[in-house]
Write a protein that binds this ligand. Sequence first.
Ligand code: AMP
Length: 382
Amino acid sequence: MKPLSPNAVLGIVGGGQLGRMSAVAAARLGFRAHILTTEADGPAAQVAHAVTVGAYDDHDALRRFANAVDIVTFEFENISADGLDLLSSLRPVHPSGHILRISQDRIAEKTFLHDAGIPLAPFHLVKSESDLQVAADALGYPFILKTTRLGYDGKGQARLHAPEDLAPAFARLSPHPLVAEGMVDFACEVSVMVARNAAGEVVTFDATENRHRNGILDLSLAPARIPAELATRARGLATDIACALDLIGIMGVEMFVDRDGGLLVNEIAPRPHNSGHWTMNACPVDQFEMHVRAVTGLPLPPATRHSDAVMKNLIGPDDMALWPQVMATPGLLAHHYGKAQARPGRKMGHVNVLFPHGGLPGEFGVQDALGPLATPADASAE
Ligand code: AMP
């Protein structure tokens, strides 16, 4: 693949914050970002060279968008199979439609990963209540039931503790089929961002430790506070998955570290990922530039980290009420997504805090460095 020349147009499907930060990275490298989005004034549209406003299954909009760009990439994975086929017939699409289809469907994803020899929690396809009973017998209680499509940020899942939970959970979660998963008693959750280009160059950023609140990513710590050997294994797994998929682009690989020091992959996201936002301030080349480089055929520099970092998401009206304090606090490196309305649970921005390389502090130090954004419960637990 010949690298795209400066001034070429990078088409990005999706108009949210990942598209915004990808568009800014593209502009830094001299590309023009053209966004396909449903929101004319959304986070990505605000910073882009051009915008096509339309639904992701509107063939006329997809055609106009594709005809205006040189290559297509994504910040949003849930575009229809038809839409993907149409885009792929008109322009090079990276990552390929094949990868998006796998990541859109938990069953396809788990089957692919399992067949590629990647360690996963045990899982069962659940099409009926009797399948659910079979899964419960095999997995034991508690276990997790998830939708196979369109689940994110912990939406579309239920924890089942006893036989009487089966029928209500089966009725509540939709669309069917569902997937039942063994509950992992994890010590922590980590993720690895891996980028790969058409020449087969692969780089991984340091493993990141992730903490969730109310099912939404709250904090990422980089590097993850896990043994070096485990971090190397996590990066190796991400590399194996990227190669098995023939990935062109960047991908987040979420994993559980179990109590025995084993790694189990939870899910993959073939796009920039919230848990890679720390790279924006702690790495010479961040995940967004790495993504743009990978899809445009440019060389991939080492995914070096010059500082340790903590990333905290700014979520909903409560966090945004603290924006003036965030702006007034030295050391909080803030990223606002330009969303007009702070609805509860909505990701509005994030802050990164840097520490010297090797100097990531313990819990108290992390909360202290977050100043107005410290989590009271965690801080008082120290
Ligand atoms: P997901 O929608 O698969 O990303 O799951 C959201 C969150 O639910 C994860 O980040 C975990 O904290 C938790 N979770 C998901 N699957 C499992 C599992 N099999 N065992 C334990 N916790 C899980």
